[in-house]
Design a protein around this ligand. Structure first.
Ligand code: ADP
Ligand code: MG
Length: 233
């Protein structure tokens, strides 16, 4: 459903005169199947966010191919890439931009409205998904009235409400305590699996990654499979 083949990416250096360009990603190969949860581990700066941005079609690789749901993202223009993202992808971020002046329900409704769902069909779908993340009855709560774990559950509801094919999660539990992080992650996996959505999860935490079907480690040498206990944090 998502395939990265031999993907490379570097950023031009502005600050280091004469420094050789550093490849953030070098020859990365990755496949995420429907309903599969793949975790990318790596130190800060390893290129995890870069990889997710490429998978989202928000940025383009220097080399290699990225195929999502049968479309080569390189061949799509920006509008077509935006449409793919809006209809078929969901996003969860560490500092998720749950909009502060919108209620939980209004935040979750956004992807449906952006995708043109009829207004009368929106509240029932939002309600089902908020119940699924344990926030039934909190439809009208404002973000400032919710805990960190609850906010992240709003973010998960918002990422899944339009039934995307792929969820891209960048450090989705980064600001949560361990137990809350584990519960939020389990919920994300469960909902994604119910929807047959793939999950590509970036994290620096081995504990968080351990919940995935497959764990890969991003290093300067590339993307390697990661066996828990084989070193690393
Ligand atoms: P991670 O998410 O694993 O922490 P990133 O993908 O954010 O890593 O960053 C990888 C490397 O690329 C870092 O060295 C970072 O400074 C650099 N980088 C990321 N985005 C940009 C950018 N837009 N311009 C220049 N350098 C960038
Ligand atoms: Mg990052």
């Amino acid at each position: 459903m998502l395939t990265l083949a031999n993907v490379s990416k570097h950023y031009a250096k502005h600050d280091e005169k004469g420094a050789a360009p550093r490849n953030v990603l070098r020859g990365v190969n990755l496949e995420v199947g429907a309903g599969e949860c793949v975790a990318i581990m790596g130190e800060s700066g390893a290129g995890k966010s870069t990889l997710l941005n490429l998978a989202a079609g928000l940025d383009r690789p220097d080399a290699g191919q990225i195929v999502f749901d049968g479309h080569d993202l390189n061949t799509l223009d920006d509008d077509a890439a935006t449409l793919q993202r809006r209809e078929k992808m969901g996003f969860v971020f560490q500092a998720f931009h749950v909009l502060p002046n919108l209620s939980a329900a209004q935040n979750v409704a956004l992807p449906l409205l952006l995708n043109g769902m009829r207004a009368k069909d929106v509240p029932p779908r939002v309600s089902v998904v908020l119940h699924a993340v344990g926030l039934g009855g909190r439809e009208h709560a404002l973000p400032r009235e919710l805990s960190g774990g609850e906010l992240q559950r709003v973010a998960i509801a918002r990422a899944l409400v339009h039934r995307p094919r792929l969820v891209l999660a960048d450090e989705p539990t980064g600001n949560l305590d361990h137990d809350t992080a584990m519960r939020v992650l389990a919920l994300l996996r469960e909902l994604a699996q119910q929807n047959g959505a793939g999950v590509l999860l970036a994290t620096h935490s081995a504990a968080v990654a351990a919940g995935a079907d497959r764990v890969l480690r991003l290093t300067p040498e590339g993307l390697e499979s990661y066996a828990p206990g084989a070193g690393g944090a």
